[in-house]
Design a protein. Structure first.
Length: 301
């Protein structure tokens, strides 16, 4: 199948996560009629995700979290390997490679948090659950920040690849929104407003799924290089060329379409006194003038 590629990893991860959230929420609303779980606080009427996941649907919660992290980590690693091989826009500096490595390391921290918070549920291990919840949010936020930084640097060097700018803005939006929601979640929970905190937690989890889906943008271009070609060396389209010229990326546009400037644009002639005389290329390329040799009387004989 021509379009089956690495972009399937974030699709699987995102769908599993959305399916897990939907299953937990519908079970709590429809099957249990908004049951008040033992892990819920006094006066709390809206369940946290972990409240529902600590009850009879704990196996679904654990499996959903584990599968989500496995395929999301596969997307992170695929992105790094494909850039290393040149099948995606490659990292052009050591700093970009370091940022890519930091994003993967932070994602693994988030993986540990999400995996273990599902196992150490809030009913039986409330303190451990909160620690792993913090690691989950912190890890993936840091990962998104490092990715934004990496794509911002790549976008300045490869202006013709607009997918880098798109991915940068999507992930930056995720960072800003999730950071604001995480702060709101912590404030409302510390104030004892559990219902508001629970609503914010569901929203955070939902937005996280869109962050997972954003990796489709990053991995989709690898479809064009599945035969072994390098993505950075592929010919520029007319639209990309015009965009590069408009944005001032003449290094990219000139290499692909504009006339090449060489040292032959000027030619140097040296006379007997070794003083160079610079003659413009146009004059040097012009045909020599035709001189009419004067006729002598002897030539007519």
């Amino acid at each position: 199948m021509p379009f089956v590629s690495y972009w399937l990893f974030p699709i699987i991860s995102g769908l599993v996560w959305l399916g897990t959230l939907l299953g937990l929420f519908l079970h709590w609303v429809i099957d249990t009629h908004e049951k008040i779980y033992p892990s819920m606080e006094q006066g709390q009427t809206i369940a946290y995700i972990s409240d529902v996941g600590a009850a009879e649907l704990k196996p679904l919660f654990v499996v959903g979290c584990v599968l989500t992290t496995i395929f999301l980590d596969a997307a992170f690693i695929s992105d790094r390997l494909l850039r290393h091989k040149g099948r995606l826009v490659p990292n052009a500096s050591l700093g970009e490679k370091i940022l890519s490595g930091l994003s993967i390391a932070a994602a693994f921290i988030g993986t540990i948090g999400l995996t273990f918070l599902s196992g150490f549920d809030t009913e039986r291990h409330p303190q451990l659950h909160d620690i792993f919840l913090f690691l989950f949010i912190l890890g993936y936020l840091l990962s998104a920040i490092f990715l934004c930084w990496e794509f911002q640097r790549l976008g300045k060097k490869y202006r013709q690849h607009r997918v880098l700018r798109l991915s940068f803005w999507v992930k930056l939006t995720f960072v800003l929104v999730e950071l604001g929601l995480a702060i709101g979640f912590g404030v409302t929970r510390n104030r004892g407003d559990s219902n508001t905190a629970a609503i914010i937690e569901w929203v955070i989890a939902l937005i996280f799924s869109f962050y997972v889906f954003s990796f489709i943008i990053d991995l989709w271009p690898a479809v064009a290089t599945r035969d072994g070609g390098r993505y950075d060396l592929r010919p520029m389209t007319t639209r990309e060329m015009e965009e590069a010229i408009r944005r001032g990326s003449f290094a990219d546009a000139t290499a692909a379409a504009l006339p090449r400037i060489t040292h032959d644009s000027e030619r140097t002639l040296t006379d007997a006194n070794a003083h160079p005389t610079v003659i413009p290329a146009a004059a040097a390329a012009a045909p020599p003038p035709h001189f009419h040799k004067p006729c002598r009387t002897a030539d007519n004989l």
